[in-house]
Write a protein that binds this ligand. Structure first.
Ligand code: GAR
Length: 197
């Protein structure tokens, strides 16, 4: 069996990348292997996490006029089967999402279709959930298409909001109770489809 080759795209701290690395070590992810981590931010701590685990890294500046051309070439050169967006803060074009149809997954820190779409990323999502006053939020892993946060849902997990929550406290709880669990699980499910015998 040849495992599916996974590339993880990151922009920041990379706690979801860490959850994927840990899940690979513990055997939760067994049908895929993280072979590349790409960042659009040179200073992303996620790059250090990859290096600490001997995973190849690449940096493509967000501002590069041919950002997506460079990224597509890299992913094809490395024979990547699955692309995981793990805190990747850049919207990808329809050309990109079609090039890798059914091969890109994203983790979003709310229960889609609430608090998602253009402009909803990172802490902002939790600020809006608290402002609205919902009592339950959570995380969603979904396939990525041309509509921001609009692709079909793979897994979701609910998380309760508690009295006195701040966006930061809620973000941490959603990560711990939902994102770090369902992202590796979804990654394994999708990897199973791209194993080569
Ligand atoms: C995570 O909460 C992730 O769900 C969110 O950014 C954070 C990244 O943290 N992503 C989005 O909002 C995408 N729309 P991390 O770098 O520690 O994984």
């Amino acid at each position: 069996m040849v495992k599916a080759k996974i590339a993880v795209l990151v922009s920041g701290g990379g706690t979801n990348l860490q959850a994927l690395i840990d899940a690979q070590k513990s055997g939760i992810i067994k049908s895929g292997e993280i072979t590349l981590v790409v960042s659009n931010n040179e200073n992303a701590y996620a790059l250090e996490r990859a290096k600490n685990n001997n995973i190849e890294t690449a940096y493509i500046p967000s501002k590069a006029s041919d950002f997506e051309t460079q990224l597509i070439k890299l992913l094809k050169d490395k024979n990547i089967d699955i692309i995981v967006l793990a805190g990747f803060m850049k919207i990808l074009s329809e050309n990109f999402t079609r090039t890798f149809e059914n091969r890109i997954i994203n983790v979003h820190p709310s229960l889609i279709p609430s608090f998602c779409g253009k402009g909803y990323y990172g802490l902002r999502v939790h600020e809006e959930a608290l402002k609205y006053g919902v009592k339950v939020t959570g995380a969603t892993v979904h396939f990525v298409n041309e509509i921001p946060d609009g692709g079909s849902i793979i897994l979701q997990k609910a998380v309760y909001i508690e009295d006195g929550d701040t966006p930061e406290v809620l973000q941490k709880r959603v990560m711990e109770q939902a994102e770090w669990i369902i992202l590796p699980e979804a990654c394994e499910l999708v990897s199973q489809k791209y194993i080569k015998e």
